[in-house]
Ligand binder design. Structure first.
Ligand code: SF4
Length: 178
């Protein structure tokens, strides 16, 4: 099932993952779902079993570069096409359960090549969401349609970050920062 294109309306920010540069972070939208491809993919299921780790809903990571971790099957297609290394295999930097990346700080030193996943429980983390050039290549390449590139969702990022600015004299405009 593809990523929900209206996730900013249908889901809520449940946390964020911070970049060690002290400036950037990306939000996590939850609470996730169990009908994504990751829950029916044999490689992913086997990898969780091999670890003895329970597979749980993980939600969508990122806002303008949004990766549905419940659909991500660690194919790595996004990594192979991204010209600016927006994504990293999160487990190659911190090998923790995916649900535990909420509130954590990452250096951005994780591996970024298609086949460098630690195993199939690994996920594509948009650690450099802020560097995205909106070329759309990852969205087109993802075999499970787990990625949505939507620059206009920057307003939702800013709103969630507490920097959202309402239009003068009017109600909040969700596209004020388009
Ligand atoms: S849209 Fe292009 S630049 Fe942005 S994350 Fe995807 S592949 Fe990288």
């Amino acid at each position: 099932m593809p990523i929900d294109e209206k996730f900013v309306e249908n889901l809520e920010v449940v946390g964020k993952t911070l970049h060690a540069d002290g400036e950037h972070f990306h939000f996590i939208w939850g609470k996730g779902r169990t009908d994504g491809e990751a829950f029916s993919n044999d490689d992913v299921k086997a990898a969780y079993e091999a670890r003895g780790e329970k597979q749980v809903p993980l939600g969508i990571h990122g806002t303008t570069v949004a990766v549905d971790w419940d659909s991500c099957v660690a194919a790595g297609s996004c990594m192979s096409v991204c010209p600016v290394q927006t994504f990293q295999w999160y487990r190659t930097e911190q090998d923790v359960p995916a649900a535990d990346v909420i509130g954590k700080t990452f250096e951005g030193t994780g591996l970024t090549e298609q086949d460098e996943r630690l195993d199939y429980t690994d996920k594509s983390m948009p650690i450099r969401e802020h560097d995205c050039t909106q070329c759309m290549a990852c969205q087109e390449a993802c075999p499970t349609h787990a990625i949505l590139i939507e620059p206009s969702y920057q307003s939702y990022h800013e709103k969630a970050a507490g920097t959202f600015v309402a239009l003068k004299g009017g109600s909040e405009n969700p596209h004020a920062h388009d």
